[in-house]
Design a protein around this ligand. Structure first.
Ligand SMILES: [Zn+2]
Length: 302
């Protein structure tokens, strides 16, 4: 072996041994970005999600273990649009890790990658849990999942340039699978196009937009507030008038009012996870849409 080759071999061994040690530690606020980061990052990343998919992300109880995770993170990914405003800023403050402070390369606000819906002119908290910068439930459009995955791949590549080729290849594979899945979801949802629908929370705007459904009422009187008897009667009237077949809700909300509405209308309650990790079956971003699309399409076509 000539010395030049030996030098090359030594260099390769050195690089691969540091790679084995230096996985990027990523902390995401919810499990959807975590699933996308695993898809794109493969074995170069070590990902932890703070809020689990079966928990209400609007009101997460901060635990000391979250702060510890943030303290060790190379990258923090947040949904943004004030989605985590009640719990992420104090956790980040306590984590004492300037690397992942908003504005630094270790902090990725995923909402900057998508076009927000439901942007209001002013912050009017009287209107309920209103996010003036737009509706933060944007991962519920699979095309936004694509944009998130691309943004995540770009950020992983800049933090870990040695993994650039891996991230690019993984992203390509993800997008190819997404193309196939999206075709199936669109086909399943096509018969429901134009249908009137009721949702519990104003969280399905992106999903309904993608599949052309019209939301005619919300079970919550205002975003973030509990259902009331008076408002439930109003929803029943609207659902009857508009012949609503689907009442779509997250599986962490109380289904008593929705069940009441279903009893008095032709609507069926579709009680599904809205995030990865929402049930044991939903472990990937694709699983999430498989489950939601199946359930909505079944209820909407019977
Ligand atoms: Zn919300």
């Amino acid at each position: 072996m000539n010395p030049k080759h030996l030098l090359l071999v030594t260099a390769v061994v050195a690089v691969s041994s540091t790679q084995a040690l230096a996985k990027l530690t990523v902390v995401t606020t919810t499990q959807d970005p975590a699933a996308l980061t695993r898809a794109v990052g493969g074995d170069r990343v070590d990902v932890t999600a703070l809020c689990k998919g079966y928990q209400d992300p609007h009101f997460l109880d901060a635990k000391p273990s979250y702060m510890l995770a943030l303290n060790k993170a190379d990258l923090v990914e947040a949904i943004g649009l004030e989605f985590e405003i009640g719990w992420l800023p104090p956790l980040l403050n306590g984590a004492r890790n300037p690397k992942v402070s908003p504005g630094n390369p270790g902090y990725l606000d995923l909402s900057t990658l998508v076009k927000p819906l439901d942007v209001t002119a002013s912050a009017d908290r009287a209107g309920g849990d209103v996010h003036p910068f737009g509706n933060p439930h944007y991962w519920l459009d699979p095309e936004n999942g694509r944009l998130m995955a691309r943004g995540i791949a770009a950020r992983l590549s800049s933090l870990d340039p040695a993994g650039q080729a891996t991230y690019a290849a993984n992203l390509k594979a993800f997008e190819q699978q997404l193309d196939v899945k999206e075709a199936a979801w669109s086909k399943a949802m096509a018969p429901l196009s134009g249908q009137a629908i009721v949702t519990f929370h104003k969280s399905w705007s992106y999903f309904l937009d993608r599949y052309h459904l019209n939301v005619v009422a919300f079970v919550e009187p205002k975003p973030g507030s509990q259902p009331t008897a008076q408002h439930t009667i109003e929803v029943i009237n609207v659902a009857r008038e508009k012949n609503v077949k689907v009442l779509l809700m997250e599986n962490f909300y109380d289904r008593r009012s929705p069940d009441q509405i279903a009893t008095h209308t032709s609507a069926k309650v579709v009680f599904v996870p809205s995030m990865v990790g929402g049930t044991d079956k939903v472990q990937t971003y694709f699983d999430l849409f498989d489950v939601v699309v199946d359930a909505v399409a079944a209820a909407g076509t019977t």
